[in-house]
Ligand binder design. Structure first.
Ligand SMILES: NC(=O)c1ccc[n+]([C@@H]2O[C@H](COP(=O)([O-])OP(=O)(O)OC[C@H]3O[C@@H](n4cnc5c(N)ncnc54)[C@H](O)[C@@H]3O)[C@@H](O)[C@H]2O)c1
Length: 275
């Protein structure tokens, strides 16, 4: 199937690991030029690997999304080398690193960095890239341009895990809907992908935080914890794989999805079902 992404520019923020890296691979496999942004210096090696594997231009930029300046510098640098971006995916994310139930286990100060990265990061990215997306869509109206946020099932239910993380994800879902309305007249579509359980460092950090609250006798290893949780919360009863988010991301970026905007697509084995 031709997704018409060849030679378009996609920028993935949070691309040094996990889901973001898989999404970057999926755009590269479709022949897009890819810009990667991450706080981790690992992003440069990932960019080289993707470039060699898929024979596309791929460049890594180190930036902290919590800093508006840092995001603006990365966006300007990528634009100078790759031209205007047509697709932006915001996947950078962190939790508080603590188990937050009851919420009084956390101090108000535990919220600040989570909101700075997950919420203000999304805001910085939207401000930095919206002008490029609008220009791309105006230049090729038949292809349009897109923005995609990686959110979470935790932003749609009162997940008993990490309240600042859940609240930040709910904010992202709502901000994506605001952006979808704002940018629709310019031909820019904005959607969210919502994972349930994906085996990544972030997912493992949730297990580590939960274990720290338990007596030694009740602790278990990561695979055992994950297996029990998936059995309890997911009707389909299996992990979600990073590549599944890559497939969905390139579909949503393509003209095949030209009528899809303002939506949150749960890829969660059926964990969240809205009636
Ligand atoms: N893994 C899951 O089970 C799961 C479930 C629901 C939602 N999500 C969401 O999916 C997205 C991707 O998560 P993942 O599981 O691949 O995690 P991950 O930890 O593997 O990747 C997150 C990436 O974000 C980067 N990052 C973190 N803070 C940053 C900052 N301040 N500036 C720039 N980059 C920063 C990290 O360096 C890392 O490369 C996140 O938004 C996460 O909330 C994941």
């Amino acid at each position: 199937m031709n997704l018409s992404l060849q030679d378009q520019v996609a920028v993935i923020i949070g691309a040094a690991s996990g889901i973001g890296r898989a999404i970057a691979e999926a755009f590269a496999a479709e022949g897009a030029s890819v810009g990667l942004i991450d706080r981790s210096p690992e992003v440069e090696a990932v960019a080289r690997e993707i470039s060699e594997k898929h024979a596309v231009a791929c460049r890594g930029e180190i930036a902290d999304v919590a800093s508006e300046n840092s995001v603006n510098q990365a966006a300007t640098s990528l634009q100078a080398t790759q031209g205007n971006t047509s697709h932006v995916v915001f996947t950078a994310g962190i939790g508080s690193g603590k188990f937050g139930f009851p919420f009084t286990r956390l101090d108000p100060e535990d919220w600040r960095r989570v909101l700075d990265v997950n919420v203000m990061g999304a805001v910085h990215v939207a401000h930095a890239f919206a002008p490029q997306l609008i220009a791309s869509a105006e230049n090729a109206p038949e292809l349009g341009a897109t923005m995609l946020f990686l959110v979470s099932v935790a932003g749609q239910i009162g997940s008993q895990t990490d309240p600042p993380y859940s609240a930040a994800k709910a904010a992202q879902i709502n901000f994506a809907q605001c952006l979808a309305r704002d940018l629709a007249p310019h031909g820019v579509r904005v959607n969210s992908l919502s994972p349930g359980m994906v085996r990544t460092p972030l997912n493992e950090s949730v297990w580590a935080a939960s274990q720290a609250t338990l007596p030694e006798s009740e602790r278990c290893d990561y695979p055992t914890w994950a297996e029990e949780k998936i059995r309890r919360v997911s009707p389909l009863g299996r992990w979600q794989e990073p590549a599944e988010f890559g497939s969905a991301a390139v579909f949503l970026a393509s003209p095949l999805a030209r009528n899809i905007t303002g939506q949150t697509l749960n890829i969660d084995g059926g964990q969240v079902m809205h009636s």
